[in-house]
Design a protein around this ligand. Structure first.
Ligand SMILES: [Zn+2]
Length: 493
């Protein structure tokens, strides 16, 4: 069969390593080493793997994994335990890593991604392990290559999230990572700093004929340290594997590293299978039992998440996607919107949800930024009742948009009502028709060329005249009313 005629589809699974933000390490009392601290200064006999030492379990790390599992709708194994993963590598101080194999803390779970349409990516498991030390390889010219080891990172609690192979392309993978990152930082289990390695991802990628249910030989790509490199590496691998298959080459099950500067993956070693690691229950550590009281307590500590806020906005309000994105991403804006919306109901205020949200996400946000304030300040500087008054005055055309912006800016440092500020700043619209006609006539008389253009059919000329009216009125004329007025005068001339 001609393989170029077959359509292929990628199958992607992700493994995300998340550094937990506990105060101390996973199995000893060392503090977590701050980024770029002096090498080998946050170490003890336990995390250096000295013989005769015994690990101590950090309960806080276990609770953070439980919290993560509950936030992702996973099932908690109420009996969980640690296993030894045996392999030799210079950054692994004991010659084995304490990880979890048969009884991970969390089984299952899900992440909803939206790439135009919603898709549920199921999780296989979330388990807890210890991080390795850090190796730095130095290859200077005219010098023997050497490797340096920093044991500070050794024993830092690391949560591993393993997805099912249900991701279909690089964009879905990116959304999956963004969603996980957002949830984990919101529930406070990690600092989530990508540059500092708090959130690292490996991708398992394979290719199969479209529609086939059998998985192809999988390739694991490591060393991707940004969401962008994950996207690039996945796209590179999809293309490479598809080409290989078309050329009738066998895809090898292997581990490949991502080379950021060359933009390609490079073969590192053949991929191990689970049985290669000779997992067995760690005899130094007891089984761990998580009772219902603890689970309930942790469940209660999970704050409302962005995904819940999105759902709330979609169900209770009629808003566009962009505004939903802005309001859901910021708890302060979200609460402000909910509060002001409630107030419109008590005052029989006639405004659409979208309009109301636009005021917050456009006008109020802009003023906050200009004054170097954050959304935390929004309810302090913008009194709900005053904002509603201001919207009323603007929609009722007592003032125009520019004037309302000026008032908003003044509200930051004033406890005065919009009415008082309009009075003080002399900002009310010119609604007196004689006054408006005067201004229009002036603009027409001062600009005979524009009038000529208008009469010869150039419609844009009226905009120029309108600009002149606005200038003469110092922004206080209502532009719609002024334009109607201008047209009326020009037609009667
Ligand atoms: Zn230690």
């Amino acid at each position: 069969m001609n393989k170029t005629k077959i359509e292929y589809e990628p199958v992607i699974g992700l493994e995300v390593h998340v550094q937990l933000n506990t105060n101390s390490k996973m199995f000893c009392k060392c503090s977590i080493a701050p980024f770029e601290s002096e090498p080998n200064t946050y170490v003890c006999n336990i995390c250096m793997g000295y013989p005769g030492t015994l690990p101590l379990i950090n309960n806080k790390a276990i609770e953070k994994v439980v919290k993560s599992g509950l936030a992702l709708n996973g099932n908690i194994n109420q009996m969980t335990r640690f296993d030894r993963k045996n392999y030799h590598y210079p950054d692994l101080m004991k010659g084995y890593q304490i990880s979890q194999f048969k009884y991970p803390i969390v089984v299952g779970g899900e992440v909803i991604v939206n790439t135009g349409q919603e898709k549920k990516i199921n999780l296989n498991r979330i388990h807890l392990e210890e991080d390795t030390a850090k190796l730095t390889h130095i290859n200077n010219e005219n010098e023997k290559p050497k490797s340096l080891i920093d044991i500070n990172r050794s024993g830092t609690p690391l949560m591993e999230v393993v997805s099912e192979p249900e991701i279909s392309n690089a964009e879905e993978a990116r959304k999956f990572l963004l969603e996980l990152h957002s949830i984990f930082t919101e529930i406070g289990v990690t600092k989530g700093n990508l540059e500092q390695g708090h959130f690292r991802c490996d991708a398992n990628i394979s290719i199969r004929p479209k529609g086939s249910t059998k998985l192809g030989e999988k390739v694991e790509v490591k060393n991707m340290n940004s969401f962008r490199s994950v996207v690039r590496a996945i796209n590179f691998e999809i293309e490479r594997q598809t080409k290989e298959i078309i050329l009738d080459h066998k895809i090898l099950q292997e581990t490949r590293g991502w080379n950021e500067s060359r933009g390609e993956t490079v073969s590192q070693r053949s991929k191990e299978s689970a049985h290669d690691y000779r997992y067995f229950p760690d005899p130094d550590l007891p089984n761990i039992y998580l009772d219902d009281t603890l689970l309930n307590q942790i469940r209660k500590s999970i704050p409302e998440l962005k995904k819940d806020r999105i759902e709330f906005l979609i169900h209770h309000h009629s808003l566009n996607e962009q505004v939903i994105g802005i309001l859901s991403a910021d708890l302060n804006l979200f609460n402000y919107f909910k509060d002001i919306y409630k107030k419109t109901k008590t005052k029989q205020f006639d405004i659409s949800d979208q309009d109301l949200a636009n005021w917050i996400t456009e006008e109020l946000l802009k003023i906050l930024e200009l004054n170097k304030l954050t959304t935390k300040d929004i309810s302090n500087v913008f009194n709900l009742a005053f904002i509603l008054d201001l919207i009323n005055l603007t929609n009722g055309k007592t003032i125009n948009r520019n004037a309302s912006r000026e008032i908003l800016a003044k509200m930051i440092n004033s406890s005065k009502s919009p009415d008082q500020l309009i009075e003080e700043l002399g900002l009310s619209n010119i609604s007196d028709i004689d006054q408006l006609t005067d201004l229009c006539t002036q603009a027409i008389n001062n600009n005979p060329d524009a009038v000529k253009d208008y009469k010869s059919g150039k419609d844009t000329a009226i905009k120029f005249l309108l600009g002149q009216v606005m200038k003469l009125s110092r922004g206080k004329a209502d532009p719609n009313q002024a334009e109607v007025n201008l047209e009326k005068i020009l037609k009667n001339e």
